[in-house]
Design a binder for this molecule. Structure first.
Ligand code: ZN
Length: 279
């Protein structure tokens, strides 16, 4: 028996453009198709940002709604996670699509420097987004870009502002934030286990460390994130052909670590989400 690994595919993000890699899906139709390919390659969770036609980040709830509807139709049971991330979006827009009730939404529990900007998550915004998620029954994925965010999340779970058990993503490799070092991941995992019993976790590295981070997460019993949002290259020699290609690479790594790509039913059970809806 092997243990399931939830493979998250971060299909688009707010940064990479078609000029960087033509496989980056921009229109909602492209996003749905790319998600279906990734789903068939072993992804059970999709993390999504939507874009305008000129590729700038969008907050349009209609786009999020069309994506959610398309994925629910074409990828039965797949977990859909909306990004509430800040790049290119005003604070008041960041939760403007949560009424659509995706399964999950991302939630950064603090501020940090990014390569060319401050990623601002002031306490009141964190409180407001968390309260909306709690009220709408949306499970947060806590984004830990820097260490303090982990303790804030544990405190919020402890006093009921976030619903336990937590699901946390440790993010590495953004310049000015945490570097991709295995010792940091190990420390963060140990702290999470001590402070938030029953929590689940995943890890992501931006850029060239993506694959190495997948190995570490598999080895340490976590879940994996991949996709063109974080990394547009397959390796030094070429660009990634698709999100599905990056997902397939993680799926192929699983057996060496006694793991297998989680089915949607397994992923939902692991994250304490409702079972796959019956049509
Ligand atoms: Zn994102």
């Amino acid at each position: 028996m092997t243990e399931p690994c939830i493979i998250t595919v971060a299909i688009t993000g707010s940064v990479p453009r078609k000029e960087d890699n033509p496989a980056v899906p921009i229109s909602v139709q492209e996003q749905i198709e790319s998600t279906q390919e990734a789903f068939e390659a072993g992804a059970s969770l999709v993390h999504v940002h939507v874009r305008n036609q000129d590729q700038t980040p969008s907050s349009d709830p209609e786009k999020f709604g069309a994506f959610l509807e398309g994925v629910r139709r074409r990828c039965p049971g797949m977990i859909v996670q909306f990004s509430t991330g800040g790049r290119g979006r005003a604070a008041e827009e960041r939760g403007a699509m949560l009424h659509l009730e995706p399964d999950m939404a991302s939630l950064a529990t603090g501020s940090v420097n990014f390569p060319n900007m401050v990623y601002e998550n002031p306490p009141q915004l964190v409180e407001d987004l968390a309260a909306t998620m709690l009220a709408q029954g949306i499970k947060p994925e806590v984004e830990v870009f820097d260490l303090a965010m982990l303790y804030t999340a544990a405190e919020m779970a402890g006093d009921g502002r976030l619903k336990a058990p937590l699901h946390v993503q440790f993010v590495f490799g953004l310049r000015n934030a945490l570097p991709p070092r295995r010792e940091i991941l190990e420390f963060e995992v140990a702290q999470l286990e001590a402070l938030a019993p029953g929590a689940t976790w995943t890890a992501a590295a931006i850029g060239r460390s993506q694959l190495e981070m997948n190995h570490w997460a598999l080895a340490l019993g976590g879940h994996c994130r991949t996709g063109l949002e974080d990394n547009i290259r397959f390796d030094k020699s070429r660009l990634a052909a698709s999100n599905a290609e990056l997902v397939a690479r993680v799926a192929e790594l699983c057996p060496a670590y006694g793991r297998h790509p989680a089915s949607v039913s397994e992923a939902r059970a692991l994250l304490s989400l409702p079972p796959v809806p019956t049509p």
